[in-house]
Design a protein around this ligand. Structure first.
Ligand code: GH3
Ligand code: MG
Ligand code: MG
Length: 461
């Protein structure tokens, strides 16, 4: 646009300078003509008038002669000057018009550049802020601040689906009144913006083609803009903003919301992917329990905080036989059942891990061996119930329990717990055996289970 105006301006300028040049030539020609006329016309006319009449009357003849000769010439010169003047005027007018247009074009261009610079600044600040956010909560805090910056005078919210992708919940909002728009949509499938993966603008909630979710709002009629949010290529949320029925959202604001939706969706997607990868690396795929490496890390953390703990090694009894009789898949199901029985029976802070094969390790922070014994007697009883309830082939488990001490590393502790487990197997399986740090079986107070004769014999006294 500015380029077109500039070209027009140049053409008019060229014409203007050629006209000025022409005017200069005309003026010089007129001057030359005047001198020539004086010499060629005035002198002979005076001589002629003096010759024809004497006395002062010869002036009348002289003037008459000049009028006859110069009348048409002056008229012609006047018309030429007038035409040049008109042409100059029209050129000046179009020059002025071109100038105004060029100025307007430049203004438009400069405001477009300003918007572009502001948007780039917003985008880079947002990307920076999101990049620093380490968890979804921090991402949502950045989103909330960005919403307040983008639409300081309108209520706006971010609705995001949970892990099942079925339910939308409000996870961030901003509003001048403190009241978010409260869109009643409950799932991405029921939101036109998320379903179509396209920005939706609604000028008035009462219009025929307005989103049904805009009707009957507490604040009455409204206009709205809904921007879909995609995470890992799937539209699972929406940025929803409302305003008065006669107030349309500027295109620039909608572009900012789209930028926010894109960057926040990408960041949340990345964080979810990283969490998933970390989870995969930390857990066992069959049972979902922590793996041995994670157990080692967690025990290391306990050691750093000098927290005492009980360690239990559990092993399914005659599991090979169960596999051989019912097949590997039934075996896998039994492993999952045992894992879920452990997890559901223990505290949140207990560390439950699949140690390998049909062997499990459990760390109970702050627990004595005696407490652990009580807990695992309950688990042993609970397992029988759970197996019956699940309709799986019956199986039992044996448990070896030890208590941590500051000077023993995890390997030593595990080998002590293994020894206790070995005793449990040796005594006939389906039982909990506690060992002290010397490797001696301990009968916890209140235990009703009788010890195996071999162990009884080994005990002093
Ligand atoms: P015990 O009571 O002495 O522990 O006897 P057991 O049969 O349980 O012990 P053994 O070490 O002889 O056999 C362990 C079996 O566990 C052998 C193996 O096939 C089975 N097993 C190990 N990992 C898995 C698994 O991931 N899935 C299934 N289905 N079976 C497994
Ligand atoms: Mg076994
Ligand atoms: Mg085993």
């Amino acid at each position: 646009m500015a380029h077109v105006s500039g070209t027009g301006l140049e053409a008019v300028e060229r014409e203007w300078s050629s006209t000025s040049e022409q005017l200069r030539h005309t003026t010089s020609a007129y001057a030359f003509f005047a001198v020539l006329t004086v010499l060629v016309v005035c002198v002979p006319a005076d001589m002629f008038a003096t010759a024809v009449v004497a006395g002062p009357v010869h002036y009348v003849v002289f003037v008459g002669l000049l009028a006859v000769v110069f009348g048409p010439i002056i008229l012609l010169m006047y018309r030429t000057a007038l035409r040049d003047q008109l042409r100059g005027h029209s050129l000046a007018v179009s020059l002025q018009r071109e100038l105004v247009e060029a100025l307007q074009g430049a203004k438009r261009e400069s405001s477009r550049r300003e918007i572009q610079v502001r948007r780039q600044e917003f985008e880079s600040q947002l990307a920076n802020g999101l990049e620093m956010a380490e968890g979804e909560l921090e991402v949502l805090a950045v989103v909330e601040r960005a919403l307040a910056l983008t639409l300081p005078h309108a209520p706006v919210e971010l609705l995001l689906a949970d892990n099942s992708h079925a339910h939308l919940t409000r996870v961030a909002s901003s509003s001048p009144t403190g009241e978010p728009p409260r869109c009643p949509v409950d799932s991405p499938n029921h939101c036109p913006a998320a379903r179509r993966a396209q920005v939706q603008r609604f000028a008035d909630s009462e219009e025929l083609d307005a989103c049904p979710k805009l009707r009957d709002r507490a604040e009455g009629r409204c206009s709205a803009a809904c921007v879909p949010v995609s995470i890992m290529g799937r539209a699972v949320g929406v940025l929803h903003a409302t305003a008065g029925p006669d107030q349309r959202f500027e295109e620039e604001k909608i572009e900012d919301l789209s930028t926010l939706a894109n960057l926040a969706g990408a960041r949340i997607g990345l964080l979810r992917m990283m969490a998933e990868t970390e989870l995969q690396a930390a857990t066992d795929s069959l049972t979902g329990l922590l793996n041995r490496r994670t157990l080692e890390k967690k025990v290391h953390t306990l050691r750093e905080s000098s927290t005492p703990f009980a360690l239990v090694i559990a092993d399914l009894d005659h599991f090979k036989q169960l596999n051989d009789t019912y097949g590997h898949e039934t075996g896998d199901r039994s492993l999952r059942l045992f894992a879920s029985t452990l997890s559901s029976s223990l505290r949140k802070e207990d560390i439950v891990c699949r140690h390998g094969g049909e062997e499990f390790a459990v760390v109970l922070p702050g627990c004595s061996a005696e407490d652990a014994h009580v807990s695992f007697e309950h688990i042993r009883a609970g397992l029988a119930e759970a197996v019956t309830k699940a309709g799986s082939p019956q199986f039992t488990a044996s448990f070896g329990v030890v208590e941590s001490s500051d000077d023993e590393d995890l390997v030593t502790l595990i080998s002590r717990a293994d020894a206790a487990l070995f005793d449990a197997k040796h005594q006939g399986r389906d039982r909990v055996v506690v060992h002290d740090r010397n490797g001696h079986a301990v009968v916890p107070a209140g235990s009703t289970r009788t010890r195996a004769p071999a162990i009884e014999a080994a005990q002093p006294g």
